[in-house]
Design a protein around this ligand. Structure first.
Ligand SMILES: Cc1cn([C@H]2C[C@H](O)[C@@H](COP(=O)(O)OP(=O)(O)O[C@H]3O[C@H](C)C(=O)[C@H](O)[C@H]3O)O2)c(=O)[nH]c1=O
Length: 199
């Protein structure tokens, strides 16, 4: 598993080893021991799949309380995927990073608790697959405008298709502080001296 740093601390990309043979291919979509070797020990409690057409944008979403760490990948198609640090007190508050995830690059994207997340579909059909470290809590489900001028996210699609919820989302500046996640060390970060299988 190759680790790729992003320009937003805490958000990491992993590229699995792909085993190809005459039948096709095999790769691990998640491996606890491998992530532990990179200092992460996420405990996933829910898996989600969404299917989107080209131009659909889902986001920007987060949960607070009950924030969700997410481990994201694309099984079919391609997305431009964005994570934003919205944790009150974070030195990186309001900063975002973007990663191209596709069935072709098989990249897996870890976004810690307290970040907002969204993606836009760049192919005719996208099958988006992800694991979450907390269960869905409709009462804690929250959104931020995809085109928030303060965030100035450089989306590659000018007029995406949005859900009514996302079209009506507030800007970050309009969200009262106690509705934003608190900056706290990820519960899944291992002590730096943890000796784990470092495959
Ligand atoms: C998230 C979720 C939704 N639902 C139900 C609620 C609605 O009836 C329907 C669609 O929900 P929503 O429009 O919130 O789905 P997305 O726009 O794909 O939301 C997700 O998109 C962004 C990219 C995320 O990172 C979040 O995981 C999540 O917010 O599924 C569930 O039953 N369980 C769930 O965990």
């Amino acid at each position: 598993m190759k680790r790729i740093e992003t320009d937003l601390p805490g958000c990491l990309v992993f590229e699995p080893v792909v085993h190809e043979d005459a039948r096709g291919e095999f790769y691990e979509s998640f491996n606890h021991a491998v992530l532990a070797g990179h200092g992460l020990q996420p405990r996933f409690v829910q898996g989600n799949v969404s299917v989107s057409r080209r131009g659909v944008l889902r986001g920007l979403h987060y949960q607070w309380p009950n924030p969700q760490g997410k481990y994201l990948s694309v099984l079919e198609g391609e997305v431009w995927d964005v994570a934003i640090d919205i944790r009150r007190g974070s030195p990186h508050f309001g900063r975002w990073t973007a990663v191209l995830l596709s069935g072709q690059n098989r990249r897996q994207f870890w976004i810690p608790e307290g970040f907002a997340h969204g993606f836009v579909a760049l192919s005719d059909r996208v099958v988006f697959n992800y694991l979450c470290t907390a269960s869905y809590d409709p009462a804690a489900d929250a959104s931020i405008r995809w085109d928030d001028p303060q965030l100035a996210i450089d989306w590659p699609v000018a007029a995406p298709q949005l859900s009514a919820k996302d079209a009506a989302a507030p800007t970050l500046a309009d969200i009262v502080a106690d509705r934003l996640p608190l900056y706290e060390p990820s519960p899944h970060a291992l002590p730096s001296d943890a000796s784990w299988d470092r495959r």
